[in-house]
Design a protein around this ligand. Structure first.
Ligand SMILES: Cc1cc2nc3c(=O)[nH]c(=O)nc-3n(C[C@H](O)[C@H](O)[C@H](O)COP(=O)(O)OP(=O)(O)OC[C@H]3O[C@@H](n4cnc5c(N)ncnc54)[C@H](O)[C@@H]3O)c2cc1C
Length: 552
């Protein structure tokens, strides 16, 4: 017997290699259709080019970047403060691919073409599936643009470098680099949701006023992507909470007084560094008027909230395709898992949930895109972002858990992407305004601006008469909205039911009649268990699974 065979204990059979090297765009019919439906069809060639990158190189880099986590280098070898974070080359390559393909800049570079935000949402959806941590700085860089534009001189200086498709991860003054990234600092120890409690003080370095330099003394408890070239931060000036642009290096090339105290030891999002920082007289430039800081930074937060919605839809999608792929390759009790009726029900139900989340995210992207030209779309975007962020981010953890279970024990092991998706799943509902804050934001908008209620009702009625359960649900929502004065304690139930109805509307708009019918029956009409996989037995399981991820 050959030596190699003498010690052979068994042959490896019936194991499924994790899905990698696939075309994430070509295999996603729902994404392709939604891009066209919402007005971004002209960007399909760009998305088609990106599909194999998202399903290939980004997947491999994602594993590397999460095995080699960022390290804080607060001091150099001779004890001088340098306040740097060291990343593995895989992280920088992820950032480079994201920037070069346009994740933080595509919509602004193509702003004059309707649908640019839709196309960029699709790009972000693809980009966020293989690795989520590095998307935090990409999202913040994309999101800073409307806020930065409020101070034209600063915008003129910074935006050309923010919007360039060049990534430069070196720790150098921003003006010495071809491309810059931007972070955001609001949350302090005594309050995150309630940013008005910010205690960091801002004192004018010379004359006060918009565009002028101030010195900041204080801290931020959460300060993600601390290696960014500049940050939009909130601090208390004489006129109240104000928004500042805080660069890492000063114009003379010296380091700004931003002290990285420690990196957070996080549940997920681990490839991304999130720091606790202190500002020891750091110099920052005022954006807008003193006292208008919350309104100014909310221009940025509106964009990051949209990315939470897209990101959670993307995580669900990645979990779904991994589950379908595994179930096709694995056999139990004499049949492939994907041919077992109960597993088919689970996979089909996951597919419905994923498509509903994507459809809502893309509809919100269209509203954001059209907002500058269309007041009704602007009003819809204002409320639908909060509704979508609340609901889709909340659905993400149970969806990922169910997909993980489809892989059995292997879904719990780090060789697969599922454990990483599971750890990442809760974060989008926590940051950028946690669940309750989204619901309260909806109530505030409804109370302050009747146009938001009208825009919401108009959208819910787009498919009136097509499904009687949905019509009844829309009736309940309209009655609950009343004159806009909804009790706070009622906000979660109302937000959830609006989100479900909006998802059903999008599925009907998409022409997915049977999917919409199943969605409505199981989510709106109560014919559903607490867990996924409880579709009626006559549901077209095969068709739903094949549409979600066609068999090669
Ligand atoms: C991984 C990670 C990275 C982060 N990165 C950044 C960053 O880069 N920059 C930054 O500024 N922040 C960042 N954050 C902070 C994040 O945005 C905050 O944690 C979040 O906004 C909540 O603030 P908080 O932690 O102070 O909780 P709190 O504000 O104390 O809220 C705690 C809970 O109370 C609820 N709540 C608050 N007010 C009300 C109310 N009136 N009614 C009912 N419920 C209420 C909230 O919804 C939440 O569930 C990050 C957080 C995480 C986890």
């Amino acid at each position: 017997m050959p030596l190699a065979e003498r010690f052979l204990t068994h042959r490896v059979e019936n194991q499924v290699a994790a899905l990698c090297d696939y075309d994430a765009f070509a295999t996603d019919a729902a994404l392709q259709e939604s891009v066209r439906r919402e007005g971004g069809g002209w960007a399909e060639p760009m998305l088609a080019d990106f599909g194999p990158v998202a399903g290939g190189e980004l997947m491999r880099l994602g594993f590397l970047a999460n095995e080699n986590l960022p390290k804080l280098r607060a001091f150099d070898a001779i004890g001088q403060r340098i306040d740097e974070v060291e990343f593995h080359p895989a992280y920088h390559r992820l950032m480079q691919l994201g920037v070069e393909h346009g994740v933080p800049n595509f919509s602004w570079r193509n702003e004059q073409t309707p649908g640019a935000h839709v196309a960029r949402a699709a790009l972000a959806y693809l980009h966020m599936q293989p690795e989520q941590g590095h998307n935090c700085p990409l999202t913040m860089t994309h999101a800073c643009v409307p806020a930065l534009r409020q101070q034209p001189a600063l915008a003129r200086e910074w935006l050309p470098r923010v919007l360039t498709p060049h990534y430069d991860g070196r720790c150098l003054p921003a003006h010495e680099k071809p491309g810059n990234t931007i972070g955001m600092g609001m949350t302090e120890k005594q309050g995150g949701s309630d940013v008005r409690s910010n205690a960091t003080r801002a004192t004018p370095a010379g004359s006060p006023g918009p565009g002028e330099a101030y010195e900041l003394v204080g801290h931020k408890f959460f300060f993600s992507a601390p290696m960014s070239d500049a940050f939009l931060v909130l601090a208390q000036a004489a006129g109240g909470i104000s928004c500042f642009l805080l660069p890492r290096f000063l114009p003379d090339g010296t380091r700004n007084a931003i002290r990285l105290q420690r990196l957070k030891d996080k549940l997920g999002d681990r490839s991304n560094a999130s720091a606790e920082v202190e500002f020891a007289g750091a110099v920052a430039w005022l954006i807008g008027e003193e006292g208008r800081g919350v309104a100014t930074i909310l221009e940025m937060v509106a964009q990051t909230r949209q990315d939470c919605l897209i990101g959670s839809a993307g995580i669900m999608r990645q979990a779904l395709v991994q589950a379908i792929h595994y179930s096709r390759g694995r056999r139990a009790f004499g049949k492939r898992l994907v041919d077992q009726p109960l597993m088919m029900n689970v996979l089909a139900d996951l597919a419905i949930e994923s498509e509903a989340a994507l459809s809502l995210a893309m509809r919100v992207a269209r509203a954001i895109d059209a907002a500058p030209r269309d007041p009704q779309e602007a009003a819809f975007a204002r409320v639908a972002t909060a509704i979508g962020k609340y609901h889709v981010c909340k659905r993400c953890p149970p969806v990922v858990n169910e997909a993980q279970e489809c892989l059995g024990g292997s879904g719990y092991i780090e060789d697969s992407i599922l454990p990483r998706l599971y750890r990442q799943a809760p974060v989008n509902s926590i940051w950028e305004g946690s669940g309750n804050i989204q619901c309260l934001d909806l109530l505030r908008a409804l109370r302050r601006d009747p146009a938001t209620r009208e825009a919401l009702v108009a959208e819910l009625r787009v498919v009136a008469g097509e499904n009687r359960w949905l019509d009844a649900e829309v009736g309940w929502i309209e009655r609950s909205l009343g004159d806009g004065s909804v009790p706070e304690a009622h906000a979660r139930l109302l937000t959830e039911r609006i989100a479900l109805a909006l998802e059903a509307v999008q599925l009907l708009r998409a022409g997915q009649g049977r999917t919409a019918e199943l969605f409505i029956a199981t989510r709106l009409d109560g014919q559903h268990g607490q867990c996924l996989g409880t579709l009626p037995t006559d549901a077209p399981f095969d068709a739903l699974i094949d549409r979600a991820f066609p068999e090669p």
